[in-house]
Design a protein around this ligand. Structure first.
Ligand SMILES: Cc1cc2nc3c(=O)[nH]c(=O)nc-3n(C[C@H](O)[C@H](O)[C@H](O)COP(=O)(O)OP(=O)(O)OC[C@H]3O[C@@H](n4cnc5c(N)ncnc54)[C@H](O)[C@@H]3O)c2cc1C
Length: 498
């Protein structure tokens, strides 16, 4: 589909929402030279973080563009493990260069991604809430409301709703959002605590996996952040049936604090607090004409295992290059449709595993038995590795119809750096032959010589999101050229709109 904007305002992609999903997408579009803009209803960053981690696949994604290092510099901890309903998963067994959860507050990831946009000249227009839009054959007209109550109109080639779980874009689009409401109420609070008897504020303690063993009092655990602040996550009888927007009271926080394992801690102050549930819903379509959904706007679920931000950022990484190709005019037929085809099942799987995890935290005697069985199973390395790879996101394999089967087909190519945002042809000794075959795609696919390649005569064609879309003999130039056309369009200079 041709998503070019045909009027003079020049915004090719408008993104609603400057959360991690919208900001990573804006970076991907900026890198590809797309004229994008982000509108965000909040007038300034809050500094608050719901998520505190990057899973290994998200670390790979950021490293692929050379953006991981500065995020590691902002991190609080590296934890060589993940968890499934609190049951430990060994990330050391994963096939990845980043076998850790990176403990980094969401706000720091957002700040990094937003600051990077200056390089591309992609503006983040704060204090602008998208309130309505209308799409037509040429583009999308949106209405934005400013802080002063004034309404603004903007025109773009297409619109991406990255505006969170209560997405206005999704609601206005009318896309069904099937699933179920929350059954379990929980809360999160960033708290300042009095020093322990030993005089420490406790924030120098190492990160541990949460203990989510079911108890009738409910779950409560503390995680040290920095600056004298702890993250308290809790859910007990007091949080059930409470309106999600009702303020979290200091009494609730004190009760939960008393339930945390370890020595008693005294509450000094609550920095911010919020409620959440295990509501679980997924948009039926991620693409509707010129309007697309990504991140929490496309799916909501319990934060079990720490996956939501990661899922959203990986949506953005899958979408960015495809949307850029569509906007710039070189996308082959059906490329943009693969965004939904590939990411909807990944989202559905996260919804399923988070629902399963929440059941395992219930103090229901039958659920406790299932939990014990699973805990036993997870002591076997293969079972542990499989669940670890699912939570880490390293086992995602997209279908690649028509390509010959290969163990790496559809999987991510480990350790590949694609800092220009182009795809790559990795070939060994036979690379001159393969490289010559790919010559017509040189502006979309780089051939980094022998780097990272085997000398077995094999070649890998890697998409800009690091997934292998063709693998075969480097001498099979016919198969290679077919795959190049399927994923990167027609040979010859890509049509680039000025
Ligand atoms: C308590 C809790 C703990 C969590 N912990 C983790 C974790 O450890 N790991 C993990 O991976 N995930 C975690 N998550 C989930 C994670 O925080 C979300 O999945 C993530 O924030 C989704 O990012 P997003 O960019 O899609 O949406 P959001 O972060 O919600 O960003 C959407 C943005 O859009 C803006 N916006 C909304 N409406 C409009 C509009 N009409 N116009 C313009 N702007 C608008 C909002 O102000 C916001 O800035 C947690 C969630 C909760 C609730």
């Amino acid at each position: 589909m041709d998503l070019a904007v045909t009027d003079a305002t020049g915004i090719e992609v408008l993104i609603a929402g400057a959360g991690p999903t919208g900001l990573l997408l804006a970076n991907e579009l900026g890198l590809a030279g797309v004229r994008a803009a982000v509108v965000e209803r909040l007038p300034r960053r809050t500094g608050q973080s719901k998520a505190l981690n990057l899973q290994p696949r998200t670390a790979e994604v950021l490293d692929c563009r050379g953006w991981l290092e500065p995020i590691l510099d902002r991190s609080l901890a590296l934890l060589p493990a993940g968890h499934f309903a609190g049951l430990p998963l060994d990330y050391g067994a994963l096939d990845t260069a980043f076998p850790n959860q990176v403990g980094v507050p969401q706000a720091r990831v957002e700040e990094f991604l937003e600051d990077r946009l200056v390089e591309y000249g992609v503006p983040v227009l704060r204090g602008r809430e998208l309130t309505s839009f209308r799409q037509d054959a040429q583009g999308v007209t949106v209405t934005l409301q400013g802080q002063d109550g004034a309404a603004y109109t903007a025109r773009a080639g297409c619109l991406v709703g990255a505006d969170g779980g209560r997405s206005t874009v999704r609601r206005l689009l009318g896309v069904p959002f099937p699933g179920r409401d929350g059954r379990i109420g929980m809360a999160v609070a960033d708290v300042e605590l009095a020093p322990t008897a030993a005089g420490s504020d406790g924030t120098d303690e190492p990160w541990r996996l949460p203990d989510l063993s079911p108890t009738v009092e409910g779950a409560a655990y503390l995680l040290p952040l920095d600056g004298g602040v702890h993250r308290l996550v809790f859910g007990g009888p007091e949080q059930q049936g409470v309106d999600r927007d009702a303020p979290v009271t200091a009494d609730e926080v004190r009760t939960a604090l008393a339930r945390c394992p370890g020595p008693p801690r005294e509450l000094r102050a609550v920095r911010w607090a919020s409620r959440f549930t295990d509501a679980s819903r997924q948009a039926e379509r991620y693409v509707d004409g010129r309007v697309l959904l990504a991140g929490d706007a496309a799916h909501i679920h319990a934060p079990a295992g720490g996956q939501g931000l990661n899922l959203g950022m990986q949506d953005a990484f899958n979408l960015g290059w495809k949307l850029a190709a569509a906007v710039r005019g070189w996308a082959p037929d059906g490329l943009l449709a693969t965004y939904h085809a590939e990411r909807h099942p990944v989202g559905a799987r996260v919804l399923a595993n988070t629902r399963a995890q929440m059941v395992l935290t219930l103090p229901d005697p039958d659920a406790v038995l299932v939990r014990e069985l699973l805990a036993d199973l997870l002591t076997t390395p293969e079972a542990n590795r499989r669940i670890a790879a699912m939570i880490a996101g390293t086992d995602i394999r997209y279908p690649m119809p028509g390509a010959p089967d290969h163990p790496l087909l559809g999987a991510r190519a480990p350790g590949v750096r694609l800092t220009t945002g182009r795809g790559a042809l990795l070939a060994g000794a036979a690379s001159p032959l393969a490289a010559a075959a790919a010559d017509g795609w040189a502006d979309r696919v780089e051939c980094p010589g022998h780097g990272g390649a085997t000398d077995t005569g094999e070649a890998l064609l890697v998409r800009p999101d690091g997934h292998v879309c063709w693998a075969g003999r480097a001498a099979d130039t016919t198969g290679l050229r077919t795959a190049l056309a399927v994923w990167f369009g027609a040979p010859g200079a890509a049509a680039v709109r000025g």
